[in-house]
Design a protein around this ligand. Structure first.
Ligand code: HGY
Ligand code: MN
Ligand code: MN
Length: 424
C-alpha cells in the first residue's frame, strides 16, 4: 500500500496513515470471504479471533482491555484517575457475507485516534479532563442474535441484561452460552461514559453524490422491526386439494409483497423489507405449516411510520382470511427520530472545517450504537462516504483517502471531547 498525494490527509502523518491502513487490512482478514467481504456474526469463531487480535493491538499501545457483562470490549486509557470516559468506537461483528467497513472501520479509527492522542499527551505531559476508551460493542448487527445494537442497549440500560443473555440463535445457543467459553463475558458494567463518538461508513450514497467527505449526523430515521409468525397446516404439496390448504409460506409471501407496497406509498420516506424467513418444515412436497419472518420498517417521519404501522396492522386480518392462516406479530425493536446533541454536531463541524474537509449534515437511515448512546450522554456521529452506497454486501468499499480523512476528523473530535468540552 502506498500513499499518494490524493490519499494523504493534510494533518495525518504518513506513518500513522500507513499504520491505520495496514491494521485495517489485517483486521479484514478475520472471517474474510472469497469475494472480498467478511462473515463475522456475533460470537462466531471469526468474531472471537478478531476480538483477540484487537485486544493485542490495544494492549500493545498501553490500553487496558476490559469486558462488561454483555461482552462489550473496552480498551481503557486512564490518564485522569477517577474521571469518566470519552467512549469511542463501533462494532466488529458483521452480517453474513457482508462488507469489511461496516462497524470495523469505526472501531479501528477509534483505536488509532486514541493512540495518536495518547502519544500527543505523553509528549506534552498534559492531563485531559476525561479518560479515553475504545469500544467494540457486542452484536450490533443482530443477525445471529435478535435484536440489533444489543451490547450498547444493555450498556445504556435500554435492554435488561438477563433478557439479552437469554436470546437464542437459530441453533438454540443463547448469548450467554456463546460468550461464556470465549472469556468475553466480563463482570462489571464497563467504564462510565461522559460522552461518546462514533464514525461509520454512510451505507448510502448522499455523501458520494454530493462530493462531501465528512457527514455530520444530526438525527436517525425511526425504525420498527417485527417478528411475525404465520401458522398454517402441514400437508402434501401435490395431493392436498387446493381449497383445503393452509399454506403458511403463501401467507408470509403476501406480507413480503405488502411490505414493498407500503414503502411504495411513501416514496423516499419509508424503506421496508423482510430480510429473513424461517420456513417449517422447509421440505419438498410439503406445504409449510409455519413461517417466522423478520420485517423491518425505516422511516424519515414518525407520523408516516405510525400510519405505516397502522396500515400493516389492518392488513394482517386480510391476509389471514385470504390464505386461511393465523398471524402473530411482535415488535422486536424500535427507535425514534431523536436528534444527536446539536452542540456535538457543531463541535464536529468546526473540526472538519478547520481541517479543510468538505462536510455537511446528514441523517442516518441505518441503526448504530451511537443511537443508544446519545440517549444517555452527548454523542457525536460522523460518516464517511460509501462507494455507490453499497452496504451489507461483500462489495462495500470506502476510498482510503476518505477513511483517513474520517480518522483525522474523529481524532480532532475526540481530542476536544477529552478536554471536557461536551459532557454529561
Ligand atoms: O440498522 C440496523 O438495524 C443495523 O443493526 N445496523
Ligand atoms: Mn454498522
Ligand atoms: Mn450493519
Amino acid at each position: 500500500m502506498t500513499l499518494d498525494e490524493k490519499t494523504q490527509p493534510a494533518t495525518l502523518d504518513p506513518v500513522r496513515a500507513q499504520a491505520f491502513l495496514a491494521d485495517f487490512a489485517t483486521m479484514s482478514a478475520f472471517g474474510a470471504t472469497i469475494h472480498g467481504g467478511v462473515d463475522r456474526q456475533a460470537a462466531s469463531p471469526a468474531d472471537i479471533e478478531q476480538r483477540r487480535w484487537l485486544q493485542g493491538l490495544l494492549e500493545q499501545h498501553g490500553l487496558r482491555v476490559q469486558y462488561d457483562r454483555i461482552g462489550n470490549q473496552f480498551g481503557l486509557l486512564e490518564l485522569n484517575p477517577g474521571a469518566p470516559y470519552v467512549v469511542v468506537g463501533s462494532h466488529m461483528d458483521s452480517q453474513p457475507t457482508a462488507g469489511r467497513y461496516d462497524g470495523a472501520y469505526g472501531v479501528l479509527a477509534a483505536a488509532h485516534a486514541i493512540f495518536r492522542i495518547a502519544d500527543e499527551l505523553r509528549e506534552t505531559g498534559e492531563q485531559p479532563a476525561l479518560n479515553l476508551a475504545v469500544v467494540n460493542w457486542f452484536n450490533e448487527e443482530g443477525s445471529r442474535f435478535v435484536p440489533s445494537m444489543m451490547g450498547s442497549s444493555v450498556y445504556t440500560g435500554l435492554m435488561p441484561l438477563e433478557e439479552a443473555l437469554a436470546v437464542e440463535d437459530p441453533a438454540g445457543i443463547s448469548v450467554r452460552e456463546a460468550l461464556e467459553p470465549t472469556g468475553f463475558l466480563g463482570e462489571g458494567d464497563g467504564p462510565v461514559a461522559a460522552c461518546c463518538a462514533e464514525i461509520h461508513i454512510e451505507q448510502g450514497r448522499l455523501l458520494e453524490d454530493a462530493g462531501t467527505t465528512i457527514g455530520l449526523v444530526t438525527a436517525s430515521w425511526a425504525a420498527s422491526k417485527y417478528v411475525v409468525t404465520v401458522e398454517g397446516e402441514q400437508s402434501h404439496s401435490g395431493a392436498t386439494v387446493m381449497a383445503d390448504r393452509r399454506d403458511a409460506l403463501l401467507g408470509a409471501s403476501q406480507l413480503v409483497v405488502f411490505a414493498r407496497e407500503l414503502a411504495d406509498r411513501f416514496p423516499g420516506v419509508l424503506h421496508t423489507a423482510v430480510g429473513k424467513l424461517d420456513v417449517y418444515p422447509n421440505s419438498p412436497v410439503v406445504v409449510a405449516s409455519r413461517v417466522r419472518l423478520l420485517l423491518d420498517l425505516r422511516c424519515a417521519d414518525e407520523a408516516v411510520l405510525a400510519e405505516a404501522n397502522a396500515l400493516l396492522q389492518a392488513e394482517l386480518p386480510r391476509i389471514e382470511e385470504r390464505v386461511n392462516v393465523a398471524l402473530s406479530v411482535e415488535k422486536s425493536h424500535e427507535w425514534g427520530i431523536n436528534p444527536y446533541q446539536p452542540e456535538g454536531v457543531e463541535l464536529a463541524r468546526s473540526v472538519a472545517a478547520r481541517l479543510g474537509y468538505a462536510h455537511d449534515e446528514i441523517k442516518t437511515v441505518a441503526g448504530h450504537d451511537s443511537i443508544n448512546m446519545k440517549e444517555r450522554v452527548p454523542t457525536v456521529m460522523l460518516f464517511v462516504p460509501s462507494v455507490q452506497g453499497v452496504s451489507h454486501n461483500e462489495g462495500e468499499y470506502t476510498e482510503d483517502r476518505d477513511a483517513l480523512a474520517g480518522l483525522d476528523v474523529l481524532t480532532g473530535v475526540v481530542r476536544r471531547l477529552a478536554s471536557g468540552e461536551l459532557r454529561a
